[in-house]
Design a protein around this ligand. Sequence first.
Ligand code: BDP
Length: 712
Amino acid sequence: MKQFTLSLAFFLCFSLTFANDGYKLWLQYYPFENAEHEASCLPYFLKISVVGNSQTISVIKEEIEIAAEGFFAKKHKPEFQQNPDARLWIGTIESVPANLQAAWKSELSQITEEGYWIKSQAGRLYIIGKTDKGLLYGTFGFLKAVQTRTPLDGFEILENPKIQLRLLNHWDNLNRTVERGYAGFSIWNWHRLPKHIDQQYIDYARANASIGINGVSVTNVNANALVLTPEYLEKAKALADAFRPYGIKVYLTARFNAPMILDNLPTADPLHPAVQQWWKNKAKEIYGYIPDFGGFLVKADSEGQPGPHNYGRTQAEGANMLAEAVKPFGGIVMWRAFVYNEKTPTDRIRQAYDEFKPLDGKFRENVIVQVKNGPLDFQPREPFHPLFGAMPKTPLMMEFQITKEYLGQDTHWVNLASMWREILDADTYAEGKGSTVSKVLQGKVHPYSLTGIAGVANIGTDRNWTGHPTAQADWYAFGKLAWNPDADVDRIATDWIKMTFMQDQDFINTTKGIMMKSYPILVEYMTPLGLHHIMARSHHWGPGPWVTGGGREDWTATYYHRATKDSIGFDRTAGGSNALAQYAPEWEKAWGNPSTISLDYLLWFHRVPWDFELSTGNTLWNEMALRYQRGVEGARWMEGQWIQLEGKIDPERYQHIASFLRIQVEEAVWWRDSCLLYFQQFSGKPLPQSVEKPLHDLNYYLNFKRNFVPGI
Ligand code: BDP
């Protein structure tokens, strides 16, 4: 019996210590590994003074309790009492004791609306903000310091967000499918709303608040007008109420022809008074439910969505009508620039710029134009969108895709922050050297009254939220970069690893090593040398360079790579579509010459003969083959690195990642073999010696089909 009890105790202890399904994301709040460090942090958690009384203040206390329970393995419980001598003091600027007000005048004056200052003084830690929301962010900043085992004595940090609108865009449908979602179904259970608020909504809000996300658009950009009806507004209100204490506003996607669908108006023409009135009434109705409703996100005139074009109106006329409707209530309109049409006879990637650039200055002040990072569509690598820097009088916000539609979807490990860093650091040269995309977004190149960064969410009903355990890092990094687009992605990765897994230096180094190399590796085995849009049709999972025909040419692969017996690539120079001219002269020069352009963008901008000699000394064909091979070797290297970590973390997450890496390696081989066999038909050249022989013949790949690939 005794032995049984002992083994039961061991079993319980074992499973409690080691089982981890990833649900807690980066908010694991692991117990301290080091008694001395624990002892130095403990006093800050015993007696805490949080000044004020609001839902957000309650959330702050709750979070500290959750954290303390984890850090101190339930041994200590924080006591909250109004006490200016508490070791941890949390309060807004006005409540700072008078003597300190004077001494800290300069620092206090630097804290902006959502910012915070954490200051260690005489053995006490002060978290000070201008608003309760700032205090919430400050609390998470403090908890992050503890999670990453930063010494608290002497700790000081001033943080103000550099971007105002930091949003997740859910592409979630009302029937709970998620467009381009690979982590299960939508977490919004519309059927149970508004009466049931699932704990997952609260944990979602906590996670978002911890990384500074302050808005969520809850419905798909391919919008269903039903969400604007009372039945759904009541449900959206319930979500807004649940998120409000966490500083998160709700936004909805607006279907442009909603007045026709919902109320049988004969038109949705934005200049028609009845249509304008309909939206004004609708806005008033929404604000009746949600007084701090954020506003609308709109996809119009794109991929079958209705829009102002249907009535011969401009994008500005469409956006402005909605902007007028929400203006009296302080709402905004995020109008997407992802506008293109198969009937427009120009290169698809030119179209957004051609359409929006002439409208600069024509949008109302509560409109912000939301632009994807690149001019095509979330490809593994695209140059930055030429609209950035080109709209001095129109605020632009970034749209990144956190879900990995074109980057291996749920099973590939790729650190998206590396890609985002590349884009944010790109120089638009709009106002001379140093006019980076990051600065454009911050309104530092042109003074924007609104600034924003949105990310298409990668979240679903999977127990670990994101399908791939490492895709949590993309959600995390997105929030961090939306808060500060100049943040160091190496540091972001380190913090994420420590908070999510452990402090062990070997584990951190190896995992971070994988993360930091994962992006260039993926690009090499999928779309090296500037290839793009060569994924399978419609679901975009796996290779499909042979995709051709069908209803829309600009949705095929052959439209983009244009391979022939002589050459491959899309000529976007003056001799071709001239999309290159949409960039600053510095880029026209750097990218205009196929002999000197960065090889990362070669086939994006140029049509190049197969035997063209590149700066590497290889012919184009050999270089392509070698890069595909290198990508496969990279994926194998990632797997090899991870395998070395077995036993370091909980078996659950270790195995999950290990099995996905297996898939990733196999799919990298699939990409290499099928793309090279396909392109070889045109190049007519043998594979270089160091490239492995394909596992199957081309026919095998052409006929490879899988049913019900997720995310469509
Ligand atoms: C593409 C997706 C499509 C989206 C579209 C968009 O394939 O599902 O609706 O972008 O951004 O990447 O509107």
